[in-house]
Write a protein that binds this ligand. Structure first.
Ligand SMILES: *Cc1c(COP(=O)(O)O)cnc(C)c1O
Length: 315
């Protein structure tokens, strides 16, 4: 059950006219500082504020009539929840979302605002997948996981497809990395459109399971990492995302919370764009020297813009 370039193209057709075709940002200041030519795909301006709308809409729009009757269930630290809630509302089906108690309040409120029913759990002591499965068993409904699903991966691949179509050939492509849906989809599309490009994933230094998995060849599972990058607090890569990442990705690197804040400040003050901590990971990894972009044309997915009040009061 892998994902092909044709799947990304089909996803692109499904979301056309529903998802925003987000703008591409450039900045001579960032190019001067890094020595590269950087193109930022501003998914912080996507519907519900992150690329996750792409995968969610692609997945639910392939539901059978029976699945539409019973609705969709998701477990998510935030953006996938909002994405599923909004896509379900637009497509006319019911959404039940299992969310951690300590999810950013704005993300909880937004999810409820899209008409979803929210079920809370403690992410440090309870297993969200078991809760999602129990709800599915009790009331029916289709669980759509946040990253390890072919329709999610294909949908997430549409952002880089749009970027490459707009700006042309890239030498390097960089995304943030949680469970790997974004990176896997990006890798498939990049491999099809720019086969020579290097592809990097960036995850929080506090939770570098992806890097360890990539380097050891086996999926490594960690405890919930303590990091401000809440969109990348995943415990492990997926059974579908990992082999795709192994096949196409050049390397997985990391950034610390301080480096993330530095990149967020740069994006806010210099580029006038608000990005959530997870969305700033790629730029943080360029600034901290883990990805050398000198002389390269670089595509970066600014994955989301849903910042909590606490983080936006930039310390
Ligand atoms: C979910 C998310 C990610 C990570 O995506 P994965 O597919 O889990 O790797 C990155 N950035 C933001 C803003 C997200 O919401």
């Amino acid at each position: 059950m892998s994902v092909t370039w044709q799947d990304v193209q089909a996803a692109s057709d499904r979301i056309a006219g529903v998802a925003h075709r987000t703008p591409v940002l450039t900045s001579t200041t960032v190019d001067d500082r890094t020595g590269g030519q950087l193109f930022f795909k501003a998914e912080n301006y996507q519907r519900m504020g992150a690329f996750k709308f792409r995968g969610a809409y692609n997945a639910i729009s392939q539901f059978t009539p029976a699945q539409m009757q019973t609705g969709v269930i998701a477990f998510s630290s935030g953006n996938h929840a909002q994405a599923i809630a909004l896509a379900a509302q637009l497509l006319g089906t019911k959404a039940t979302i299992v969310m951690p108690q300590d999810a950013p309040p704005n993300k909880l409120a937004a999810t409820r605002g899209y008409g979803a029913e929210v079920v809370l759990y403690d992410r440090y002591s309870q297993d969200r997948e078991a809760i999602g499965d129990r709800i599915a068993a009790e009331q029916g409904g289709t669980v759509i996981p946040p990253y390890d699903h072919p329709h999610i991966i294909a949908g997430q691949g549409t952002a880089i497809k749009e970027l490459i179509e707009e700006v042309g050939e890239l030498d390097i492509v960089i995304t943030s990395l949680g469970g790997g849906g974004l990176l896997a989809g990006t890798a498939i599309a990049t491999h099809a459109l720019c086969p020579a490009a290097s592809i990097f994933g960036v995850e929080p230094a506090a939770g570098n399971d992806g890097q360890r998995s990539f380097r050891s060849g086996e999926i490594v599972t960690i405890q919930t990492p303590k990091t401000i990058a809440d969109g990348a607090q995943t415990l492990h890569l997926g059974n579908i995302t990992f082999p795709i990442i192994q096949e196409h990705v050049t390397d997985i690197v990391t950034a610390t919370d301080d480096e993330i804040l530095d990149a967020m400040r740069f994006l806010a003050y210099r580029m006038k764009t608000v990005v959530e901590p997870t969305g700033a990971l790629p730029l943080a990894a360029i600034f901290n020297g883990q990805i050398d972009v000198r002389g390269k044309r670089v595509g970066i997915i600014l994955s989301g813009g849903n910042v909590s009040d606490k983080i936006l009061a930039i310390n």
